[in-house]
Structures are given as structure tokens and as C-alpha cells.
Design a protein around this ligand. Structure first.
Ligand SMILES: [Zn+2]
Ligand SMILES: [Zn+2]
Length: 343
């Protein structure tokens, strides 16, 4: 039996915590029962799930629709899109039956990428590699929420959509759209014996999702999110602070600290623009050690430091910079000029 392989790449970064991830779980269940009611989808559909938060994980290898079990979706900080694309690349190379002179292989895979933000890893080289290996894959990207960088999603695929709401109802509709695109693809194969191209997901969305024809470059308008790379003083591991623009306060509010797999190179850090400390507000604990303060050494390294016990309001906290090894004092909580990354 030739299968129609469908891969879901699901963002499980920390901003998906709570309602959104619950809605994804429910949506997956709804989608599954819809696919099982459709004879073509039931017969040829196969689903694989890759999640990407702090790490990218293949949570379900390609499995026939009738045998598919709901995977666990675990929320972890970070948006490892590049990691997810690499896993997808491997999965398609190893799980899809190729056409040989003796047998017909599987159909072209459909891939749906659901993401709510901006990747925190280097995803472009992974994507480049993927495109070289798997030209015929039909890719859909759905940006969920208000902080999506659509220029990135448009680099992935022409089939880019926006879903601004992230409630249960919106996700339910999204999964209806996804399942109907799967049933229509399997229907075209079943009826005409051949696979069509990408379809417009908007069709069944009832206004919940809309196609992005042209991604606006974030120019004069304030960037929605900025990321500041740091190095944990205790563990020496790299992290990334995420700030989100707050229109009411006119500044960036610290939202989260992400663990980073790998520190930014000097070159990457050099390319980072500077954002004034006056535009930054709030602090979150270091994702590695829990230190509440973050400050910048003269050498340019941002590092975490303790604000609680041992913090002296006059002298601050004694800090050994993990970048240059100098010992100094971080004087006040979080007043620092730092480089920012675009994520
Ligand atoms: Zn730390
Ligand atoms: Zn230093």
C-alpha cells in the first residue's frame, strides 16, 4: 500500500504553555477522528510528529492513521526550528518508501509546521540541507499568535498562514483545515490516482487563519521581540533572554530565559544590534541556575548573578565574568546595555 505521509512539526516552546498546548492536544484528537472517518485518509494516511521547544524531538515516527496514538507534548523553552527540520530531513530519508523499478513508493509527504514565535537556533543551514534532499515535499507553515516573524516562515514556504488567536476554538479550526487538506490530497490520489499540489488552507478556516501573501519586513515599526544572549555565571552555559514589546509601557518586558545548546559565535554576537537598557524592563531567573539578576560586563558578556542572598545594595554582587574572567561587582538589578539578537 502506498502511503500518504504527513508530518506535523509542532512548536512546544514555553509560550505554548497552558491553553495553547492543550488546544493542540485536543485538535490532534479531533483531526485523528476526522481522518479515520474518511476512507481514503484511513487507508493511505500516515502521520509523524516532531516537536520543537528547548530541543527537537521525534515524538511519533511515521505511523498509519488507524494505529496512530496521541503523543505526549512537553513544553520546553526555546524554539529549535532548525533541529526540527533536521529531524524531518532524516525522517523523510529513512521512513518514506522510495519508488524502485519493482515497486511504487509512498506519495509526496505533506508537512505542516505550527510555530508561535521566532526560532532560537540556526535553522537556515538545516533548511537548506532539507531542500536539497527533499525538493518535492509540500510544506505548509502556520504562524500562531502575534509575535510571528512571517519573513522566516515565507523563507520556508509560499504556503504560509497566520492564525492570530491561540485559543481552543482557533486550534480546533486549524486542525479541521489540516485534516481536510489531508483528506483532499488522499481523495485526489484515490479518485484520480495522482497527487495534487498545495491547497489553500483558508477554505475551511472560517476566517480563523489567513494566507500571508507577502510578509512585511519589520522596518520602522518596533520589533515585537528581542533576544539577549548571556552566559550563566555558575554553569558557564549559554542562555537567551526573551523580551516582548509592550505597547502600553513603551518598552520591552522580559518574558523568559531560554537555555541555549550552543553559545553564539563571536561573529554572530558582533552582528547583534544594541538595545538601550532603558527600553528593557523586568528580569526572569537564569534558566540554568535560577539567579535572578542579569548584567553586562565591560567585555560585552551578559551573565547572571544572585540578587537575593549575598546581594549588597551598595556594592552589588561579586561576579566573575564567564567571558573574560574579570572579577567585579554588578551594582544594580538589571541596568545594563546589551546587544540584542533578532532570534
Ligand atoms: Zn545562571
Ligand atoms: Zn567580561
Amino acid at each position: 500500500m502506498r502511503r500518504l505521509p504527513v508530518y506535523l512539526l509542532i512548536d512546544t516552546s514555553e509560550s505554548m504553555i497552558g491553553q495553547a498546548i492543550e488546544a493542540v492536544r485536543t485538535g490532534l484528537g479531533t483531526m485523528l477522528s476526522a481522518l479515520r472517518k474518511n476512507p481514503y485518509a484511513l487507508e493511505m494516511g500516515a502521520l509523524g510528529v516532531i516537536t520543537f521547544g528547548g530541543t527537537a524531538r521525534k515524538v511519533t515516527p511515521l505511523t498509519e492513521v488507524y494505529a496512530f496514538q496521541q503523543p505526549d507534548l512537553e513544553v520546553k523553552p526555546g524554539t529549535m526550528l532548525g533541529g526540527a527540520i533536521s529531524l524531518l530531513d532524516q525522517a523523510i530519508s529513512t521512513e518514506i518508501v522510495r519508488t524502485t523499478p519493482d515497486r511504487k513508493g509512498d506519495y509526496k509527504p505533506l508537512v505542516f509546521v505550527l510555530t508561535d514565535g521566532q526560532p532560537t537556533d540556526e535553522w537556515r543551514s538545516a533548511f537548506h540541507h532539507f531542500k536539497q534532499n527533499h525538493k518535492s515535499v509540500v510544506l505548509y507553515a502556520i504562524g500562531c499568535g502575534n509575535d510571528v516573524d512571517f519573513t522566516i516562515l515565507k523563507e520556508l514556504t509560499e504556503n504560509t498562514y497566520s492564525m492570530e488567536q491561540m485559543d481552543a476554538d482557533a486550534f480546533a479550526k486549524l486542525f479541521v483545515c489540516i485534516s481536510s487538506s489531508i483528506t483532499s490530497a488522499s481523495g485526489a490520489i484515490g479518485d484520480q490516482g495522482k497527487q495534487g499540489g498545495a491547497i489553500n488552507l483558508e477554505k475551511d478556516a472560517g476566517g480563523t487563519i489567513r494566507k500571508i501573501e507577502k510578509a512585511e519586513t519589520i522596518g520602522s515599526r518596533k520589533q515585537r521581540q528581542v533576544f539577549i544572549p548571556g552566559v550563566c555565571q555558575k554553569t558557564r552555559k549559554p542562555y537567551l533572554l526573551r523580551y516582548r514589546w509592550n505597547d502600553e509601557d513603551g518598552c520591552y518586558q522580559c518574558m523568559a530565559g531560554h537555555k541555549l545548546e550552543k553559545a553564539f559565535s563571536r561573529e554572530e554576537t558582533g552582528a547583534i544590534e544594541t538595545v538601550s537598557s532603558s527600553e528593557l524592563q523586568g528580569l526572569v531567573p537564569c534558566p540554568h541556575c535560577g539567579n535572578e539578576g542579569h548584567g553586562r560586563c565591560d567585555c560585552g558578556t551578559v551573565t547572571c548573578y544572585a540578587l537575593g542572598k549575598g546581594f549588597n545594595s551598595m556594592f552589588g554582587t561579586k561576579v566573575c565574568c564567564p567571558g573574560c574572567g574579570k572579577i567585579g561587582h554588578m551594582a544594580s538589578g538589571g541596568v545594563f546595555n546589551v546587544g540584542q539578537s533578532r532570534g
